[in-house]
Design a protein around this ligand. Structure first.
Ligand SMILES: [Zn+2]
Length: 401
């Protein structure tokens, strides 16, 4: 496959940036997408991709979902379902094991979540599930196999970062092709909370070992148009990425990876375009924050969906639009009614009755706006990118200055 050249036509509009600042001329001299004749634009292959952060199922969340003895998980995702379903490919970091009831359903600190929660993710529209997290060894190696058994029983799903055998670790390739664009996936975790991966089964979990990563990336790089690496890394509750993330991010860019999806800190961190040896750029999201959790530190209620729209024409692949759609994990005063909202649909009135109001002080839209404004100069998507009126990347809602 010809070397992929990533070009950046248009970033999501946001506050502070003039159109001149957000629109770069294509590096090969091709005209920007919106200056092409409409029939040419319509004929190009394009693909939308969404990625969610930590699906972190505390017992408070699970207990709130029990109805007549069963877990009813779908309502968690009702408000983001339209976004996730609409994406051609959707990824989520499944922070906890889905090993089944025989391992005992449990929350912090050693989690095992109901398999119904996995089925709810699939019904919400997710296609690619990361299981390489610091909690993957929480219930011993048999629970990792049970989690793989579960995902293997679900049609149309790819899971990342855990393996049954040395042979599978060496040969498994996750590549999804849609709309003529192929996306490869790899995933790694920086650790397993001090619970060792069994010495006789080093293949079980993909740890962030640079030698192994380099080898895996070399194997997949030429087989896909766009290579995504999921990284479970960073310091919890820190908005700044740490030195190890910086080092690994630069390392991944040096391997010509296209997209890095970071998670684990439970709060948002920034994203950057990192230079690559092949002349392209690596889009690195350092942390997507929580997708859902019952955590009670105010910044952990704010997460984001990474959004990337790719276009392929003339044999080259373009990042047509990229940014973050902020989300809020909402719950009520009685610590029930957990739901993920896209920030553009999260009202001042809802913020006013967030359960955190009663646990902390000063929670409001203005509080969340403050975090977003501090972390992101641009690249926030404050509207539904699939809505017809925003399809060309126009519009967007400014945050208060
Ligand atoms: Zn984690």
């Amino acid at each position: 496959m010809a070397r992929t050249v990533l070009l950046f036509l248009c970033l999501a509009p946001f506050f502070c940036c003039s159109p001149e600042e957000t629109r770069a001329e294509p590096e090969t001299g091709k005209p920007p997408r919106d200056s092409l004749p409409q029939e040419v634009v319509a004929s190009q292959a394009s693909l939308s991709f969404i990625a969610a952060g930590d699906n972190l199922l505390h017992l408070l969340v699970l207990d709130s979902l029990v109805e007549q003895g069963s877990y009813v998980v779908d309502p968690l995702y009702d408000e983001v379902r339209a976004l996730v379903e609409k994406a051609d490919i959707a990824f989520v970091n499944q922070e906890t094991l889905l090993a089944g009831e025989r391992f005992g359903i449990s929350g912090y600190p050693q989690f095992n979540s109901p398999q119904e929660a996995g089925r709810a993710l699939v019904r919400a529209g997710f296609d690619v599930i990361n299981q390489a997290t610091n909690h993957v060894m929480d219930k011993g190696y048999a629970a990792v196999y049970a989690t793989m058994d579960f995902w293997d029983s679900v049609e149309g799903i790819e899971y990342l970062g855990i393996f049954r055998s040395a042979e599978e670790r060496e040969t498994k390739e996750v590549i999804i092709t849609k709309n003529g664009i192929s996306i490869g996936f790899l995933a790694y975790t920086e650790g397993t909370n001090g619970i060792p991966v069994p010495s006789g089964r080093p293949y079980l979990v993909a740890l962030a070992d640079m030698g192994l990563m380099e080898r895996d990336i070399a194997r997949l790089r030429e087989k896909c148009d766009f290579l995504v690496v999921s990284m479970h890394w960073g310091d919890e509750y820190q908005h700044d990425y740490n030195a190890r993330q910086a080092k690994l991010g630069a390392f991944l860019a040096a391997q010509n990876v296209d997209l890095v999806l970071g998670h684990h800190p439970h709060v948002l961190q920034t994203f950057e375009y990192l230079p690559r040896p092949d002349g392209g750029k690596t889009l690195c999201f350092y942390s997507l924050g929580n997708f859902i959790s019952a955590q009670q530190r105010p910044p952990t209620a704010l997460g984001a969906l990474a959004f990337v729209r790719l276009a392929k024409f003339g044999g080259s692949l373009y990042i047509e639009q990229a940014g973050l759609i902020p989300t809020v994990t909402h719950y009520e005063r009685d610590l029930r009614g957990y739901k993920v909202y896209p920030y553009y649909a999260y009202s001042t009135a809802l913020a006013g009755k967030h359960g955190l109001q009663y646990l902390s002080t000063g929670i409001s839209k203005a509080y969340f706006d403050g975090i977003l404004t501090r972390l992101f100069r641009d690249g926030l998507i404050m509207y539904n990118p699939f809505a017809p009126e925003t399809f060309q990347g126009a519009g967007g809602t400014e945050l208060p200055k």
